[in-house]
Design a protein around this ligand. Sequence first.
Ligand code: UGA
Length: 474
Amino acid sequence: MPAEVNTLQSPTSDLPLVGEADVELMERVRSKQAKIAVLGMGHVGLPTALSLAEMGWKVLGADNAIAQVERLRARYVPFYEPGLSELLDKHLGNNFIPVDDLEAAIREATILFICVGTPQRENGEADLSQVESVAHTIALNLNAYKLIVEKSTVPAVTAEWVKRTILRYAKAVPNGNGSAGEIAFDVASNPEFLQEGIAVRNLFYPDRVVCGVESDRAKAILQEIYRPLNAPVLITGLSTAEIIKHAANSFLAMKISFVNMVADLCEVVGADVTQVAAGLGMDARISPGFLKAGIGFGGYCFPKDLRAFIHLAEEFGLNFSLLREVEAINQQRVEVFLKKVRKALWVLRGKTLAVFGLAFKPGTDDTREAPSMKIIERLLAEGASLRLHDPRAIPILKQSLPEKEGSIKYCEDPYEAAKQAHAVLLLTEWPEYRALDLTQLRSMMEVPVVVDGRNIFDPAQMREAGFEYISVGR
Ligand code: UGA
């Protein structure tokens, strides 16, 4: 790993690192004597905390939810993320200490990463009550200089509100050196770009690190933290960093909706969307990522962040109708998929359907806003009987969608799920499905129909294996 971080842009700064306090602070940071507290131990906070521990920092992983902290203390990662259990195992008790006392963690640490949830309200707006509450707690426990880093996905101007909240409840000065009786602090925005399922890889090999700062001190500390990574560090202002995060997610969502519409067009003219996407992606200006047609994007981030971005624009009197269309196209994907199923099977009532894949993408057990959930709901409403399989998501999903005689059955393996099925519906592109023995699969089924929502099989090979095979945009 190179020692130098590539800084692409300098912030406007009114605070050169000259004061004695800053010199002493930077010494503690460089020697890693300064501790880090990660506030919020969810899908963002836990991987962030463990990657910092791996980089040699002493990290307090703080969460108000005692049960969550207890699980971590017992070496149990509460959600599936490849590589995370190994990191927890390695650092628990030395570089990584889970704590349920947020206040103590704030007082003990110098650098605070805010990783609490920002769920959405009914109108699409982000609910920032957890961020506000943490900012308030930080203010009440500001016992010495802190760098407060916002990592949760938040609308632009949240960092400004964090700053104002701290100023309101603490005797403190932002961006400057505290004079008698006052404590200095900095607020920074350092959005995460982790993808569930490959979060650990993203953490150590990011495409870029974005740091929104207002002072040289905050910039210096963040650069020190990210120095070991072989990644460009883009230094910006606070709201620019916040907008980069939202714009990145919205742009990627836009690519997916775009390619899904192209897929519909390919179907009617007899073209192949996977080849069209390959041809598009070869243009360096477009890039090949996020051009896989399918059943639409899901998960906790894209749908929520897209709505929050639309809402933010609206708040400032702008109509981001382009993104509304991205959302509308995405919502239609479930219906487009169901039409394919109906076209293949005619009536769904009384049919047995094997569903392969429940998580919103491979590599995770997360089913939040997964297109599979909407598809399952519709199939059940139409009277189909479902045999569900997923390599990871079943234990969690079972709690909200229990087995039901005659309509919902969870299966240990895909072959069992395919037993006497009138069709296999493939909803998540887990690698194990690509490796299935097609002859065995076909022999289990009542009718050899496969509706592939993720284009994982080769159409010619499927036909050769005796399947009626329907996919997306081919
Ligand atoms: C997304 C972003 O990719 C991350 O950079 C970001 O940090 C994260 O949201 C977040 O804001 O926390 P994630 O939601 O984990 O990450 O998953 P993605 O890999 O982006 O996939 C999102 C959805 O798009 C999935 O349902 C996936 O199946 C779908 N997708 C993705 C497609 O339909 N086609 C594609 O070509 C790519």
